[in-house]
Ligand binder design. Structure first.
Ligand SMILES: [Zn+2]
Length: 70
């Protein structure tokens, strides 16, 4: 065990193309699309979103997003 993997464990399953769904309003963040509300360019992984990014629909924080399996 190392501390690094523990700290980043939640993001370990998030790849550059992984989509995530807001558990509040079910909005989906798709890296292929980006987020025009936040002016996030297409191709931006969820893990590269700015720390202050929130759901463009309901303002839920990133922690409220759940992995979507392809
Ligand atoms: Zn939402």
């Amino acid at each position: 065990m190392d501390d690094t993997s523990a700290a980043t464990g939640r993001e370990a399953g998030i790849g550059p193309r992984t989509r995530l769904e807001c558990k509040i309003c079910w909005s989906v963040y798709d890296p292929a699309v980006g987020d025009e509300v936040w002016q996030i360019p297409p191709g931006t992984p969820f893990t590269d979103l700015p720390p202050h990014w929130t759901c463009p629909n309901c303002s839920a924080q990133k922690q409220s997003f759940l992995l979507l399996d392809d």
